[in-house]
Every structure is written in C-alpha cells, then in structure tokens.
Design a binder for this molecule. Structure first.
Ligand SMILES: C[S@@+](CC[C@H](N)C(=O)[O-])C[C@H]1O[C@@H](n2cnc3c(N)ncnc32)[C@H](O)[C@@H]1O
Length: 366
C-alpha cells in the first residue's frame, strides 16, 4: 500500500508524494572516471564510502518513512562492492523503483544481465557528456567508447536506460546533433536528460580538500563552460524543439527551463520539479545529509533515525519552502509559480551576482 506520510514519535507527518520521491544515497566517491567538473569528488583527497550495514539501515529506515523510490549514485556505484546485496535488500523490502546513476564503464554484458534480473523496477542513467571529443575532454581519454559500449550492453540486456548529459557551453552548440546520435545510435534509450553544468563550492585545505580553482572559491574552474543566460535559452530552445520532433528530452530538476520554454511559446518541454523540494533527501558517502547530490550544505550526519529528524527540522522546512524575499516582487512570479518554481535559481548557476540567474534568463526572453 502506498504510504503518504511518516510516523515518528507517534505523530504522523504527511509529506505529499513521498512514495514517488527519491531517497538518494551516494554509495561511494570512488570512480573510474576523472571528471573535471564533478561535484561529488570535487577537490577531494579522501574517497569516503558507506558500509553495507549503514546503507542497508538507510534503506530500511527510508522504507518505514514511506519512500518507495531508491536512487543510488556515486562516485561510481558499480565500484561499490555491496551494490547487488543492497539491491536485493531494497527489492525484498518492497522498493518499487531502483534508479542507478552510472558512467557505464563497468557495464559488461554479465553485469547488465545481473541488473536486468531486477526487472522493470530498475532503471539506469548512463552519463555521456556529449559527443566523443567533449565527453573525453571532461571524463578522460577513451571514456566515451567505454560508456557507449556499456550503454549497448545494457540495451542488449533489455535494461531501461536514460542518457544523462551535463550541459556546458560546448554541448549547447551541438545539442541537436548529439540528441540525434543518442536516439539513433543507441536505439531503445528511454530519454535524454540534460543537467545544467553548475559551480561547485570549494572546501578549505585544512578540511582535507585540494586547493581551490585559481582566483575563485570554487573547487573546479568551470567559468568557460558555465551557461550564460543566452546559452541557457539556447539549450531550452533545442530541448523544446527536440520534444516537438518526438525526442524525449528533459532538463533535470530545473523548472526554469519549462518557464523559459513557455515564455518563448515553445510549450513542449515536460515539467520538472525543483532541485530542492519537500521530501527529497540525499545521504552522502561521508554520511552527511543534504538536499541535493550537488550540495555541500549539510543537515547533519546520518545515524539511525536521522532521516526523520532532518525531514521534520525547521532548517529543512526553511530550505524547501517558497521564497518570501525575491519572488513575490518579481514580474515573472506567476509564470514561475505555474511551473512549480517557487524560489529563485540557486547561486551556483553562474558567477554573475547582479541579479538572480532566473531573472536574467527570463528578462532576456521577455
Ligand atoms: C556525480 S555523477 C555519479 C554517477 C556516475 N559516476 C556518473 O558519471 O553518472 C552523476 C551525474 O552528475 C553529473 N555532474 C557531476 N558534476 C556536475 C556539475 N558540476 N554540474 C552538473 N552536473 C554534474 C555527472 O555528469 C553525472 O551525469
């Protein structure tokens, strides 16, 4: 039976839609790619990873709270030695959806067949950073060939595969061509999911992190690739048109894209929820609890009971509730509210602090 609330301290706190919300776990930060943009490994010297018992405890607690969708990420989840044990555990608990983010490099025919054993509830995202030249520039030489082979092995095993593409300036320029490649060369792919490239805050050397990108407080120097408002509009235009011509393309957890598409009278982009939203929670490999995989703002460390405690906390409620400072006075507020965008874009979209990113994008269109 679908649960829509959680029971803690004998109180039932309704969280609308928790049964279709993701409980996300970053299993490990170890990886087979060396991505120059990665928010998970940004600047890290150490490589934390969860123990099997901790991960099993998290999924059991999540299930009691009402989660039915489990999202596993990394690092590279296929490098985590307990992955299949955890999937078995999740399936026997009754999770209805198992979603794994992978870079595809370890998806041998055998591994793909084993994953297919979990049936229709299991879905994979395989990351392609764009065409080979762009992909290998971000992820390391030879990685495109390995990722696309992994995707072919998965499709041959009849797995449900989405392609995740992180979009920087270089990809915007060739997006239609790349989409055509994905849907014709990897037939059977369920969808192309675009992720806007974002900045990653640095951490200090004294906390055990690498030095910051030159002249910034960021972990990676991504300035040349971050999307300026005109690039964002270009991405949205291509994504909307691709949908019009039958290619299922979405812009992940970024309702600004749908608002922008509608303002351009290109209403073909599917709706997406906000990045930070009530019920969403991520447990990272170092056990810190965050609102998004890309975020380093933490709501404490995981220990039994912590998921409920965070979901009920005032800090969490504040982070997911509608903005009361900027949005109420913005001329685009009703267009945004209609698409579920109830807060301005986050600070990490670009480096121009003159006005919120969303406002600069929408002004450009208006
Ligand atoms: C962190 S990876 C983890 C799973 C797996 N290793 C993979 O490559 O898919 C998940 C996704 O986050 C994306 N990502 C990492 N850093 C990013 C950033 N700075 N901006 C936007 N997306 C990013 C990756 O490109 C990838 O598609």
């Amino acid at each position: 039976m679908e649960q829509s609330g959680m029971i803690t301290n004998n109180k039932v706190l309704p969280i609308a839609g928790i049964g279709t919300e993701n409980l996300s776990i970053e299993l490990t930060t170890r990886c087979t790619n060396e991505c120059s943009h990665c928010f998970a490994r940004a600047g890290r010297i150490d490589s934390p990873e969860l123990s099997f018992d901790t991960a099993q405890g998290i999924i059991a607690e999540g299930f009691r709270i009402g989660y039915r969708h489990l999202h596993l990420t990394g690092g590279e989840p296929l490098l985590w030695p307990h992955l299949f044990g955890l999937l078995d555990g999740a399936a026997s608990l009754g999770y209805e959806m198992l979603f794994i983010n992978t870079n595809g490099t370890l998806l041998t025919p055998d591994t793909a067949r084993r994953l297919a054993g979990f049936g229709e509830r299991l879905h994979l995202s395989i990351s392609l950073q764009g065409p080979e030249q762009i992909h290998d520039r971000f992820r390391g030489p030879g990685s495109f060939q390995k990722a696309t082979q992994g995707a072919r092995n998965s499709l041959d095993a009849a797995l449900s595969v989405f392609i995740f593409a992180t979009v920087g300036k270089s990809l915007v320029a060739v997006l239609p061509r790349f989409a055509e490649y994905v849907f014709t060369e990897l037939p059977g792919v369920k969808g192309l999911t675009l992720i806007q490239l974002i900045r990653v805050a640095g951490r200090s050397v004294s906390e055990g992190f690498k030095p910051l990108a030159n002249g910034t407080d960021d972990a990676h120097g991504l300035d040349r690739e971050l999307l300026a408002p005109e690039d964002f509009v270009g991405m949205v235009r291509s994504a909307a048109l691709l949908n019009l011509y039958g290619y299922p393309v979405t812009v992940l957890e970024n309702p600004l894209a749908t608002v922008a598409a509608d303002l351009m009278e290109m209403p073909w982009l599917p709706p997406e929820p906000m990045l930070y939203r009530n019920g969403k929670i991520v447990v990272m490999a170092d056990r810190s609890i965050t609102l998004a995989h890309s975020s380093r703002e933490t709501y404490g460390a995981y220990a039994p009971g912590a998921l409920s405690a965070v979901l009920m906390s005032e800090d969490y409620a504040r982070a997911v509730s509608p903005d009361t400072v900027t949005c109420p006075y913005c001329r685009f507020r009703s267009a945004c509210a209609e698409k579920g965008m109830v807060r301005p874009s986050e600070w990490f979209r670009d480096r121009d602090g003159s006005a919120p990113y969303c406002k600069r994008v929408l002004r450009l269109i208006a």
